[in-house]
Design a protein around this ligand. Structure first.
Ligand code: RP5
Length: 155
């Protein structure tokens, strides 16, 4: 994430990964305040053969795009909801990449952070049957929660 202030949002990704038993590491890296660390971290991601990088940032959210420029590891971008523009700035900064350097872009805020984690799990599910089963169980539980809600049948 681009700042410690993004943590509240990105906690949604960490909790979801933990619930699915997917390993992760967490870093604060800023495209603007620590630009020199980006190629270093990108090289680490390749060395560790990480499945993907979930990069959350807000405002002029250049972190996901810059990381994607430095590594072939897939980057999942999460637009953090900014105070000034409610995350519209983050979303447009992340989604509107030039052809050639893709960033998979998710919803603004916690929903995007959770979905990025679920997407990462889905990437792993093809080769890891444990993750596949836990992801399926997560989805089944979500469906059950709707069906079991008394509001489902009406009041
Ligand atoms: C971005 O600037 C960060 O991703 C964060 O969302 C935003 C504000 O950062 P702070 O000033 O709160 O550290 O780089």
């Amino acid at each position: 994430m681009g700042s410690r202030s993004d943590f509240e949002t990105m906690q949604g990704a960490l909790d979801t990964l933990a619930a699915l038993g997917v390993g992760y590491e967490v870093r604060v890296l800023s495209a603007h305040r620590t630009p020199g660390l980006l190629p270093t971290y990108a090289a680490r991601a390749e060395r560790l053969n990480l499945t993907c990088i979930i990069a959350g940032a807000g405002g002029a959210a250049h972190l996901p795009g810059m990381l994607a420029a430095f590594t072939r590891v897939p980057v999942l971008g999460v637009p953090v909801q900014s105070r000034a523009l409610s995350g519209q700035d983050s979303l447009l900064s992340i989604v509107q990449m030039p052809a050639g350097i893709p960033v998979a872009t998710f919803a603004i805020g916690v929903a995007g952070a959770k979905n990025a984690a679920l997407f990462a799990a889905a990437m792993l599910a093809g080769t890891d049957s444990g993750v596949r089963d836990r992801l399926q169980a997560y989805r089944d539980a979500q469906t059950r929660a709707v069906l079991d809600d008394p509001w489902f049948e009406g009041h």
